[in-house]
Design a protein around this ligand. Structure first.
Ligand code: FBP
Length: 563
């Protein structure tokens, strides 16, 4: 039976009060950010309507996607275009949910939807589902009003309504979601999430349409990882801010390394499977070594080869008198090394079907080479590889301390070289993991404006009755006024994967492309960065003055800008 919807208003809830933020205790910077007026793309500032594009297909296996989404497949994209007259609008009831990991700017998406409703669909009601998709299933929500939303404008975090990683996947869970949206009489639901959450949003949109519900579903591209993007969705929000925060920290560590001359800092960076964050931070700071997982996979490198590459740089630098440096490692690295990938796949099977205990009988199920690799890994890494998978079945790479593993492996290799008379300096490794530090910072001007436009645009898409689209804001190399706004069919971003004998729709993660401009620029400069100290300290995020409106290198290079 579906849980009864929990009625709330003004941040109060039947499950206890929702402790909203108090702007009165904010720092000066936080307060000034609330007051920061957000520019809207000019197309959203006057009268507008929607224009449909051409019918869409899918990224791969269109026949299968068409079968999985009979009600949504083939929809056209939609573009917000100027209109001479105001288009008649009606009050709407809209729900919003934050899904997955935090990303700076999420609050501004909500503010964008809220302001759209206030300005363009007067008399509307907006609900925020609490704690992610579980809030939709359990009917836990808060009614959002101007006072409640106010302190969150241009602020980091997801704490306005909080997030969660639950998935709406079983028939019972779809029914629970149906009960909630029916009870609240929702015209629309906006799902702010990454690739998995947007796939889920599309399945929900399909289900609601199949049930003839009036509730439409619109997705929004969120993730610091930067791996939810395509031509129509040039970037996911949060990537810009998170990379700038990490780059400031890396720049500081570089200056520390240079000041004492005694440490090699191994910095693991969040980003899950893709190495976009590492690549962007490398472009911003010029470290001595940056490992890009996608390249390691392409070259089919082994752990030994990766270790040798780092060790070679350390030895060359020692010859030049530099016994310090900074090495960037994407958190998904080990998942890219073919031999480790194979090991993880075998462990996934074992974890799904066997008891994994200290007695270790389960180890006999590993292939000999995987067993050898597993035994070779430090104990801590072995334990981390056996940790529970996340609800989407992914290895929790944020919990695997690859930086410590690499320090240990480099130490061993250097000792071998010392014994062979090839290295005589001192090596001291310091490990860092920069992850959670970057997910809730005050959003940059870029993320603030981008998110606001995504939210405002999502409101418009719902007003025009659209469903199964992802809010899309484009032309991002131009000033905000010239940005384009619209929606891209989620089915157009999909392919299928075969899991447990069935086709499952997936939005393919956008990985670092080795023939695209950001990687090429990095590859053309990394040898120089390895040996010479070309460190850059970008400093903290600026909200005014030089560089404050600049977006990140990856986006600009992908859009063809010369930087
Ligand atoms: P999303 O893919 O949900 O945006 O999450 C991004 C991320 O920050 C990854 O970079 C990281 O691996 C993961 O979340 C950590 O997850 P958790 O917050 O559950 O520890």
């Amino acid at each position: 039976m579906a849980a009864a919807a929990v009625a709330t208003s003004n941040g109060a809830s039947a499950n206890g009060p929702t402790p909203g933020r108090l702007a009165s205790v904010y720092s000066e910077v936080q307060t000034s950010r609330i007051a920061h007026a957000l520019p809207l793309p000019s197309v959203l500032r006057s009268h507008f309507t929607l224009a449909d594009g051409a019918a869409s297909s899918a990224t791969g296996n269109p026949e299968e996607i068409a079968k999985l989404f009979p009600n949504l497949y083939g929809q056209p994209s939609a573009a917000v275009v100027p209109s001479a007259q105001p288009v008649a609008t009606k009050p709407l009831k809209i729900g919003v949910v934050l899904s997955g990991g935090q990303a700076p700017g999420g609050h501004n998406v909500i503010c964008g939807i809220f302001d759209y409703l206030q300005e363009r669909a007067k008399g509307s009601t907006m609900y925020g589902f609490k704690g992610g998709p579980a809030g939709v299933m359990k009917g836990k929500y808060v009614e959002l009003n101007a006072d409640f939303v106010y302190p969150y404008r241009n602020q980091g975090g997801f704490d306005m309504i909080c997030s969660g990683r639950d998935k709406i996947e079983t028939p019972e869970q779809f029914k629970q979601a149906e009960d909630t949206v029916t009870k609240l009489d929702l015209d629309g639901l906006v799902v702010i999430g990454g690739d998995d959450s947007n796939t889920n949003a599309c399945l929900l949109g399909e289900y609601f349409r199949g049930r003839n519900l009036k509730t439409r579903v619109i997705g929004c591209p969120k993730t610091i990882d930067g791996d939810l993007k395509c031509k129509e969705v040039p970037t996911s929000f949060g990537f810009d801010t998170a990379c700038k925060i990490y780059s400031e920290m890396i720049g500081n560590v570089m200056t520390d390394a240079r000041s004492t001359g005694k440490y090699y800092h191994f910095v693991r960076l969040m980003g899950r499977a893709a190495s976009h964050i590492t690549l962007e931070c490398a472009l911003q700071t010029h470290p001595n070594v940056s490992l890009i997982g996608e390249e390691v996979a392409e070259k089919k490198e082994t752990l030994k080869q990766v270790t040798d590459y780092i060790t070679d740089v350390i030895c060359k630098r020692a010859e030049l008198g530099y016994n310090y440096g900074v090495i960037l490692i994407p958190e998904g690295l080990i998942d890219f090394i073919p031999e480790v990938q194979k090991l993880i796949a075998e462990l996934n099977e074992i974890l799904a079907h066997d008891v994994v205990d200290e007695a270790g009988a389960w180890k006999s199920k590993l292939q000999p080479e995987s067993r050898q690799l597993f035994d070779f890994l430090p104990n801590t890494i072995q334990e981390q590889l056996l940790l529970e998978r996340d609800p989407h079945g992914n290895v929790q790479v944020a919990k695997i301390e690859t930086e410590k593993m690499l320090i240990a492996m480099v130490e061993t290799e250097l000792e071998k070289r010392r014994a062979a008379g090839k290295y005589s300096a001192h090596f001291r490794g310091q490990s860092h993991f920069f992850g959670y530090e970057g997910r809730c910072g005050l959003p940059t001007n870029f993320d603030s404006s981008y998110c606001y436009a995504l939210g405002y645009g999502a409101g418009a898409l719902l007003q025009f009755g659209k469903t199964g689209l992802i809010s899309s804001v484009g032309n991002l190399a131009a000033p905000v006024e010239e940005w384009t706004v619209g929606g891209t069919p989620l089915t157009a971003l999909m392919d299928v994967e075969r899991r447990h004998g069935k086709f499952k729709p997936v939005i393919k993660k956008a990985m670092v492309e080795l023939d695209a401009a950001p990687f090429k620029k990095f590859a053309s400069m990394r040898d120089e960065w390895a040996i010479k100290n070309r460190y850059i300290s970008p400093g903290p995020i600026q909200f005014s003055g030089p560089g404050s409106d600049a977006s990140n290198h990856t986006l600009m290079l992908e859009l063809g800008a010369q930087i």
